[in-house]
Design a protein around this ligand. Structure first.
Ligand SMILES: O=C(O)c1cc(C(=O)O)c2c(n1)C(=O)C(=O)c1cc(C(=O)O)[nH]c1-2
Length: 250
């Protein structure tokens, strides 16, 4: 347990940032065994398909989560900033944006677009974890909602590792398939610049700061739980829940 937890002293903003980063170092999903297998080229094509299919649900729900945040931001300036995130994912026209690029990734690993979009085959664990994130941002104070996006502080490193590892490890993966990730390397730092600045400025009591830290821990759990569900169903022990995606040849 954090030794400072009992203290009611306000942390300096940079100390708060350091505490946030310390959470990522021990709880972010780069440490999950499923990601280690994925990035080391050690999964089968079927297991990579299961990952792409389930992760689609996360991607598809991110703009809905961001729309919940948007309505609670009080100024045009703040809403403009948050609106950009929705456009990043939904695009500013048909065939554009992150969700569309994720569908291309899913098709690139051999999945049918309509089946992926239906979300019929996703794991219950994926559905519940992603919904918990959307509901958290809808229901909790906006400061915590913004703080929960701060896992993105840690995503550029894992994305770079993932792209390198998957290109080296799987003959069926091309740079074009992984094109989803390229804009994320600039979008995520831009998201973080704003969200981290907001949190450092608006967490003005120790209780706020603890809530911000708890929000980031919660979000790490959301990401971790999705990979637990994938690992359990498709790696070890390999128990696929009724109704979930069954890869061909399984
Ligand atoms: O590839 C990844 O490991 C990863 C992680 C995260 C994250 O840390 O939540 C996001 C993304 N990717 C991503 O692509 C993305 O659009 C995104 C939005 C958010 C968010 O919480 O608003 N996280 C993430």
């Amino acid at each position: 347990m954090n030794a400072d937890l009992g203290s009611d002293r306000l942390l300096a903003p940079d100390k708060l940032e350091a505490e946030l980063r310390a959470i990522g170092a021990v709880r972010y999903h780069h440490l999950h065994p499923f990601h280690k297998l994925l990035h080391a080229g050690k999964l089968t094509r079927a297991q990579v398909q299961a990952w792409a299919l389930n992760r689609y649900y996360y991607q598809a729900m991110i703009p809905i989560k961001d729309a919940h945040a948007l309505v609670r931001l009080p100024t045009s300036e703040l809403r403009r900033e948050w609106r950009r995130r929705i456009i990043d994912h939904d695009g500013d026209g048909p065939g554009k944006g992150g969700i569309e690029r994720w569908l291309k990734l899913a098709e690139g690993v051999g999945l049918d677009r309509t089946y992926v979009q239906s979300t019929e085959g996703i794991l219950p664990g994926t559905r519940f974890a992603v919904e918990a994130y959307v509901n958290f941002v809808r229901d909790r104070p906006i400061l915590e909602g913004i703080a929960s996006s701060l896992t993105e502080m840690f995503s550029p490193d894992i994305i770079a590792d993932r792209v390198r590892g998957m290109l080296a490890g799987y003959s069926f993966i091309t740079e074009e398939t992984l094109a989803y990730f390229t804009p994320r390397l600039t979008q995520a730092p831009q998201d973080v610049d704003f969200a981290l600045g907001y949190v450092k400025q608006h967490a003005t009591t120790r209780a706020d700061q603890e809530a911000v830290l708890a929000a980031l821990r919660f979000k790490c759990d959301v990401l971790w739980a999705q990979l637990d569900a994938l690992h359990f169903a498709y790696v070890e022990p390999g128990l696929i829940p009724p109704g979930a995606f069954v890869p061909e040849g399984k």
